[in-house]
Design a protein around this ligand. Sequence first.
Ligand SMILES: Cc1cc2nc3c(=O)[nH]c(=O)nc-3n(C[C@H](O)[C@H](O)[C@H](O)COP(=O)(O)O)c2cc1C
Length: 326
Amino acid sequence: MTGTDKKADFYIGDIPIHGRLILAPMDGLSDMVFRRITRQLGSAYSVSEFINTLDFMYSKVYQRKRLFFHEDERPFVAQILDNDPVRMAENAAYIQERFKPDMIDVNLGCPARTVSGRGAGCALMKSPELVKQIFEQVCKVVTIPVTAKIRLGWDDNSMNYMEIASIAVERGAKAVAMHARTKKMAFGKTVRWEHIATLKKAMPVPVIGNGEVRSVADAKRMFEETGCDAVMIGRAAKANPWIFSWRDREQVAVEEVFYLARYQLRQMLEVNPENAIMPFRKYLKAYLEPYNLPRDEMKTLLTAREPERLFALIDAVHERLIAEEN
Ligand SMILES: Cc1cc2nc3c(=O)[nH]c(=O)nc-3n(C[C@H](O)[C@H](O)[C@H](O)COP(=O)(O)O)c2cc1C
């Protein structure tokens, strides 16, 4: 469905978007299984973990795996990260042709030193001319919408999000997601949503607000305070993917949490039988944290290596918590 779909909440280019909460791309967390879970719970579309296009075309399998997605995740967005306009365009064209995502997102927000140190991620915000070339080149070679994910700027003295977003949009970007912190603010406590409101007022394309949305009330407040078209949620989703159904963790029954944990583990084992347990632990820890399990019990769960044993341990904790509830 394109163009005339009446039920869409908004459009990115000609792509109808259903829903206004979106799982943020998270390296090491937003894998296909977790993205599908959040999509089923209501996240409006899926964004890949960043694809470093420095050596993507010739790269190791793990980079390519980041572009595997399920049809039911569509719209699916492939996020690219680099600082070379020609290479980014070549890779964007290749990714569109080979993997058929619905959109390409350009990462201008990553604060990691290994990334910004080589001029990519948030460091791009210090080079408006380069941003111009990147969007010009990438938008020229792909036929799907291109979007930008930015921060406020590099630091308090260079909050140039308006300039960067305008450059991206003038060169063809169809939406801008903004994490309301500077690079220097990293993931600190301060978050400046008022700038999302400023950007929204000025942009002719959808603006997606991001940063420190931890609860349903936070999401509602971000909509109210900024007028943004959608809210992107990252870290809070790890312990509460139900947030995409507008539910806080306190509203989610023990039964549902354990059902989801088992389902996720089964899916992860199916996708990657050799290496599912380790990455699953991050979610399991987050799912179980609210129950304040005894430290030894948590440790046993988080060090189990065999799937059968882990399932059995999960069942045992589940049964105990249910018994305690009754
Ligand atoms: C572990 C982790 C990995 C991340 N990886 C990416 C990434 O690959 N691409 C990206 O654009 N942002 C990435 N981010 C940033 C998030 O998308 C988001 O902008 C940030 O976490 C702020 O949102 P939150 O406060 O809801 O977590 C990552 C964040 C975290 C915590």
